[in-house]
Design a protein around this ligand. Structure first.
Ligand code: DQA
Length: 138
């Protein structure tokens, strides 16, 4: 059985409430149930934190055993050398995900410090970006 860990960064616990015009009206927990049903042969782990160090701890915890990581680092995408280094420290390939198309938004969202540490990047397809990342890892 394949093990894929989904890691969500800051403010992604607010999905469904937060700027629904950009991020949609659905909570991630609700969507996660659908993903788990869709991929019964994949052990889908999930972790969310608003704290950079906790995200690094989680990458280190799962990143040597998991078959893949799907990471939406939220705003830390644009700032965190430490998350880049953490992703490079582990063996699991990571796919960077964004719900919105960050390239259509403010310029400060155009730069990602984690892309170079990831196998690929998917952005702009709403919550479906996570499913596309799982497909890529499978
Ligand atoms: C995001 C895009 C980021 O710029 C933003 O800070 C987020 C969410 C997305 O999924 O579209 O928190 O990663």
């Amino acid at each position: 059985m394949k093990r894929i860990e989904i890691i969500n960064g800051p403010n992604l616990n607010m999905l469904g409430v937060r700027e629904p015009g950009i991020y949609g009206a659905r909570s991630f927990e609700d969507y996660l149930g659908e993903l788990r049903q869709r991929y019964p042969d994949v052990e889908l782990g999930y972790y969310q934190s608003n704290h950079e160090g906790d995200l690094i701890d989680r990458i280190q915890e799962v990143g040597l055993a998991a078959d893949g990581i799907v990471i939406n680092a939220g705003a830390y995408t644009h700032t965190s050398v430490a998350l880049h280094d953490a992703l490079r420290s582990v063996t699991a390939p990571a796919v960077e995900v964004h719900i919105s198309n960050v390239h259509q938004r403010e310029e400060f969202r155009h730069r990602s410090l984690i892309s170079a540490a990831c196998r690929g990047v998917i952005c702009g397809f709403g919550l479906d970006s996570y499913r596309l990342a799982i497909e890529a890892l499978i």
